[in-house]
Design a protein around this ligand. Structure first.
Ligand code: FMN
Length: 190
């Protein structure tokens, strides 16, 4: 039986993309993960996000595009850098790009639509890790590249909220310091 939700939320840890390997989720699990990601608060039902899935050979093909974009956008990238880019999406068996898409003009503020995309990312992280996978939500340079946006086919109102790497953790991550609650919580006293 899966652990209770609260226990998962209190213990979940990201696993670096470099520490992920096969196997990844099967198609039924992927459907569950995406369904959970699409079940987030969304003011005015605008669905201000979408998902692009990279599996199998698509990761290598997109890596070739990344290397080409890197060659054009970065000042004199080394051969090692280009090789790294070509393998970037190969770090995990599954990579999901979460795309924030802001409807304009819209009945809900842009800020709220962006927050909803963040919630979709986190639901994706929580769902995939609840299924026992290692997960890493990263942006890296690729989330801020016009060339990558073009390669992903993003419209003018869209941007990358995250690339979420999902696979089997090669090692258990160490605990990471968390803020003491009294540093981040105050009680309103008027
Ligand atoms: C929007 C966003 C972008 C992030 N981008 C990166 C990144 O590019 N590289 C990285 O090492 N961590 C990045 N992180 C941090 C990791 O996702 C993760 O939060 C961190 O490793 C802590 O892990 P935890 O989930 O166990 O707290 C990003 C987090 C967020 C919310």
């Amino acid at each position: 039986m899966s652990q209770p939700v609260i226990q998962h939320l209190l213990t979940r840890r990201s696993v670096s993309a470099n520490a992920l390997s096969e196997p990844g989720p099967d198609s039924a699990q992927l459907d569950q993960i995406l369904t959970a990601a699409a079940r987030v608060p969304d003011h005015k039902k605008l669905v201000p996000w979408r998902f692009i899935v990279f599996r199998g050979g698509a990761r290598e093909a997109f890596g070739r595009e990344l290397a080409e974009i890197c060659r054009k956008e970065q000042p004199e990238p080394s051969a090692f850098r280009l090789e790294t880019e070509s393998k970037r999406f190969m770090r995990a068996p599954l990579v999901i790009a979460v795309i924030s898409r802001v409807a304009k003009p819209s009945p809900a503020p842009e800020w709220e639509q962006v927050l909803s995309a963040g919630a979709a990312c986190q639901n994706l992280v929580v769902a995939a890790s609840a299924l026992g996978y290692g997960v890493n939500w990263v942006t890296e340079w690729c989330a801020y590249s016009e060339g990558v946006n073009r390669a992903l086919g993003l419209a003018e109102n869209e941007r990358v909220a995250g690339f979420i790497y999902v696979g089997t953790a090669k090692e258990r991550p160490e605990e990471r310091p968390r803020p003491a609650l009294d540093e981040v919580v105050s009680v309103w006293q008027g």
